[in-house]
Design a protein around this ligand. Sequence first.
Ligand code: SF4
Length: 969
Amino acid sequence: MFKFLSSEPVHDATASSTADTEVKTTTCYMCACRCGIRVHLRDGQVRYIDGNPDHPINKGVICAKGSAGIMKQVSPARLTQPLLRRPGSERGEGEFEPISWERAYELLTERLGRIRATDPKKFALFTGRDQMQALTGLFARQFGTPNYAAHGGFCSVNMAAGMIYSVGGSFWEFGGPDLDRAKLFVMIGTAEDHHSNPMKIALGDFKRKGGRFISINPVRTGYSAIADEWIPIRPGTDGALFMALLHELLAQGLVDRSFLQRFTNAPQLVVLDEGEREGLFAFDPAAGPPGDGRHPHNKLAWDLASGRVVQAYPEGVQEGRQLALEGHYKLADGTRVAPAFQLLRDRVADTTPEWAEDITGIPAERIRQLAREVGETALHQAFELPIPWTDAWGKRHPTTQGRPVAFHAMRGLAAHSNGFQTVRALAVLMSVLGTIDAPGGFRHKAPYPRHIVPNYRAFNDPSMIKPNTPLNAAPLGFPAGPDELAVHEDGTPLRIDHAFSWEHPLSAHGMMHNVITNAVRGDPYEIDTLLIFMANMAWNSTMNTMEVRKKLNARGEDGNYKIPFLVVCDAFQSEMVAFADLVLPDTTYLERHDVMSMLDRPISEYDGPVDSVRVPVVEPTGNCKPFQEVLIELASRLKFPAFTQEDGTRKFKDYPDFVVNFQAQPGVGFLMGWRGKEGTEHLRGDPNPRQWEMYARNNCVFQYHMPEDQQYMRNWNQPYLDFAKDKGWRQRNDPVQLAIYSDTLQAFRLAAQGKSKGRQPPEHLRERIATYFDPLPFWYAPLETACIDADRYPLAAITQRPMAMYHSWDSQNAWLRQIHSHNYLYVNPRTAQEAGIEDGGWAWVTSAWGELRCMLRYSDAVEPGTVWTWNAIGKGSGAWQLAPAADESRKGFLLNHLITEELPFAGGHISNSDPVTGQAGWYDVRVNLRPAAPEEPAETFPQIATVPSAPGVLGGARKVLAYLVPRKP
Ligand code: SF4
């Protein structure tokens, strides 16, 4: 229960009101789905929120979270003023004194200015689930520190990178299933998702039209409730299922051969001879340098029609060619080669359904049947849309080929240390069926598809970290080879989180989950100031929670904190706030401007780009300021070049002014609607001083519909590629061949094997790189398995997002916590009974890394080898203004206590993450169960000391509930 809960009735439903009412539109942020909402105000205060029927994302639909935004606005846990840790108090005690914003700015300007003028990398900026990475990334780049990332490394970077390095796009914001035209929908590793309302709307329509929906998941929850079939699978084994499906599809000839020949690298010839070109694509020296991830087009293929080697482009796609997908060949100089598809065929030769049955728990016959189902639906129920289109080699296709099998996947695949190769396997599976950007299959959303590899190099030059100097590249990006890693000459990491190092080379989203441990260890160096925005690193956003809390308080031999200055910006008094030296109170989404930008994470639809904004519908509470405003102010005071005029004065008045006037390239800014001085240009044009006003008048959204002949096959659709380049979404207009085989991964492997001339990894990482940087997808057991006694920990333990809550924000929401005030561990009855635990009983859950006590419930909707719970419902006592004895802290729990943030490796340690991308391996943990003793307390373990209220916190549940009482005239 909330503190100070009143017993007085506070709601008088019969009272009349003469108050002024008003409705304003903005964009929801109760989850990352970004639906349009209408906020109903009375006397300037929020009284009701519903869905905006005129918004393209949700068309008026709203979910429980969205309508409960009103309770976020008036949450007792709202911070309302900047706070400084009280001198002499310890971090974690939550002892603060209020200060003014001017004092906070002075402190930060002095400290950050000093760091920037001496050693900029000693400042680290890491942000949680924000939607402003174009701004936060720019801030870090202008500051001159490489130590920046958002939350993707501990969220779903495996999904993003695995797909982008294979097909040029990914699920959710970047693409998704075309349920309007699919006949079969296979959802894997997804429960409640980011793409919440649109997915539910689309699924409802799909089912009504008779579509068949198969859900593959260890647990049947969320969307799976309406699946026609649930196929339980053991966590971390999805890659084995995909490899077996590929085995069957190839064995049965259920592949789209003409698609593979024209639109993928399947026919391109791979060198088989040992040496520095081994495993790379053969090329024609007369045509220029070899094709690679940055310049993929100088490749060769074998033409069966003429019996000779041809240039893959444009010769290989000319009429009359018949490119070999199988076989072994010799080039004129005797080099042995084979088409990439032949190597895939070899790879899946042994990944039979029987092999996969042992790993996944899915019967071999069901896997065979599933392969037939997806293959026959894609190929035998194919259809054509009467939409002619022109490909990158000038061929006019009279129709657009539909492939009515759609897949969707998310964190269930991604949050494992084998997730990158698992997602690669799914991408290859979708590619051999010809479903990429095809009607009924997977569809891209602008600005995707990107190049493979995307033309965004991450900052990687140590000599460019200089005092008072912006970096020469953005801190995050997509490496295309060893030479683009962020490492020193000796191979040691450049960044505090070790992202883009040999430990995790393709960590495209950074590795936020390593920052605190590495900073405390001084590995690779010590930092001075860590600024954390909207991430609860002292609780549910970290692995090994109790140890990380100790690290936040760790002191060196000189008695000073190992992380000398810790700044936390948040709207609420989360568990993390207590550890801050300086607290910056953020606003809610109803109190600020925001952009969902094409420079960042837009809300595009399949038929064209869409961006949107938030506009303030109420004034900020207390002394709260939007974090964006704080960054603009600091950037201006610190005189970052991009924020300063030539005469030294500030360039941008505030954040709205910045959004309107900042241009990433001429005519390309944060927002693409109503550009140009008159507001008559779209997508590209000069800044328009009235742009915010236009968005506010148009439901806070701008939508552009591409012509029909540019809505499909966009990896190769020349008019689309030209258009996208013209609008600044891509640097080149050349086609994006799907990477069945990844020469980028092979380049890393060759370096690890000592076969290539450039950079090579340190000795202790050679075998790791050579193993996991396989150019073809493969399945391996999650890394934790090799570090523990598997017999002792026989159960996989995972978490899921509840449908009514999104991260820790919502488990303190007065309405939503009435749906879930605590969580259980859900266990198959057979498994629980074998452990001697009754339904509703207390149990100990133990991993190799820690243990916890919680309540357990029987559930038939989970396969017997898996236990699971909702994430982020458990709370620290007193945090979030919940009463010390609230259910959330006494009965709620975090699985995080059982998960290690590092694994033993080569006599040392390494992040518990995917070895390719650095994605946190949240779902790898293995556990066992035992009943709690009857005399043990009926409360979860571990518990933390009760956190005191922060000064100025909004507080008072009575006030929250009384908020709904109509005011007497
Ligand atoms: S799905 Fe997400 S964005 Fe949409 S209404 Fe619900 S909480 Fe808001």
